[in-house]
Design a protein around this ligand. Structure first.
Ligand code: CA
Length: 386
């Protein structure tokens, strides 16, 4: 089997209401899918992290830079291909967009392997460590409205009513306002429901301490990206000084970046992003690093149903750590805000919301060969940009 072409599909549509996090509001939703074609008719699908103009730039890296290196190669040569592309791009970026672009291509090669072998991805990754994955509802995004506390409270109650037993909210309006937002959200849900808080690296370390001390009293399960990802010392100080889990890592790349992040003792919970850090091949190496540092992994997930399915497979195959009758269990991060790329892109939907409602807040990876998500060609045409 030989690779005959690589095509990026950047999809976009206008949101009804702007949604945001601590760095910006956005008015469009974007997805960047990668399609790898072969001479025996098998097509693999992958996805690259990166929204808006970043997706358009990554498309150029995929099609103009990476594609010529792969044409004519055997798609089963995933490791050889990964290292060839990385070595050729190393001088031009060991993190960020070149690695995001490589991620989508690598994921598509795994999809091809699964389809060629007739096996679901989780089986290629070492088999099933768990059948049901707890799913947490990602919502409560920032909006430029005066009644955000009331909106967050209503949204949190709605996510709980959908059957989620854990959820995550954004902060980013400043220390005092953020504590108010978390208090309003916590009050709106049951005591047993897990609540996580994501700052998207908006605080100085002193401000993160001020918010973190309030979060300790509000029974928050983790405090995500409290300070800038480069601020390893800030992470370490927060981890030493706060009585709650410090989570992060979505902005880190490859085994090399993760080696240093984990060795620096920055994290209680690691959140590697498979569509950014280098794809499935590299995720497995980051997973081994996290295991070797005894840091639990709860995958970062963003994007379409392809990214969701890839992460379901990774979580299915994730080894327990450290093990026990009631070990730490990872969760699937799942966007509960309006998202057509999650709901309508796949020919056979994953139906995560229906699974969550029917199965006590959990979901199961698809059993179809490869990733198990085939994008609807009409949908791709309809939402294509540029
Ligand atoms: Ca985050």
């Amino acid at each position: 089997m030989r690779i005959t072409g690589i095509e990026s599909h950047v999809l976009q549509y206008d949101l009804d209401e702007p949604l945001g996090y601590s760095q910006q509001y956005f008015t469009k939703r974007t997805a960047h899918l990668v399609q790898v074609s072969t001479d025996d008719g098998i097509t693999g699908w992958g996805e690259c992290f990166g929204a808006g103009p970043v997706a358009l730039a990554n498309r150029t890296i995929v099609e103009a830079v990476i594609q010529p290196m792969l044409l004519g190669r055997d798609p089963f040569d995933r490791e050889a291909i990964w290292h060839h592309v990385y070595n050729m791009l190393r001088d031009h970026g060991q993190k960020g967009m070149p690695i995001q672009a490589l991620s989508g291509v690598d994921i598509a090669l795994w999809d091809i392997a699964g389809k060629a072998l007739g096996q679901p991805l989780w089986r290629l990754l070492g088999g099933r460590c768990r059948e049901r994955i707890p799913v947490y509802g990602y919502g409560m995004m920032l909006q430029p409205v005066p009644d955000l506390e009331a909106r967050f409270a209503a949204e949190a109650a709605a996510i709980e009513a959908m059957g989620f037993t854990a959820m995550k909210m954004k902060v980013g309006h400043g220390v005092k306002a953020d504590i108010g937002l978390v208090e309003a959200t916590r009050r709106a849900i049951r005591h047993e429901t897990r609540l996580m808080v994501d700052a998207n690296h908006c605080y100085t370390t002193p401000d993160a301490f001020a918010v973190g001390r309030a979060l300790e009293d509000l029974d928050i399960f983790w405090f995500e990206e409290p300070v800038a990802p480069e601020d390893r010392d800030g992470y370490r100080r927060l981890r030493d000084g706060l009585r709650l889990n410090i989570a992060g890592g979505e902005a880190e790349f490859t085994r090399y970046g993760w080696r240093d992040l984990l060795a620096s003792g920055c994290l209680d919970i690691a959140q590697p992003e498979v569509c950014a850090l280098g794809g499935i091949s590299e995720f497995q190496k980051v997973m081994a690093l996290a295991q070797s540092h005894f840091v639990p992994v709860v995958n970062h997930v963003w994007g379409s149903s392809i990214a969701v399915a890839v992460n379901l497979h990774l979580l299915t195959a994730q080894p327990p750590m450290p093990g026990g009758l009631h070990p730490f269990e990872p969760m699937l991060e799942f966007d509960t805000t309006p998202n057509r790329f999650r709901d309508d892109l796949a020919i056979e939907p994953l139906a995560i919301q229906a699974q969550v409602a029917a199965n006590a807040g959990t979901a199961t990876a698809p059993d179809r060969p490869g990733i198990g998500v085939e994008p609807d060609p009409d949908f791709l045409r309809h939402y294509a940009v540029g």
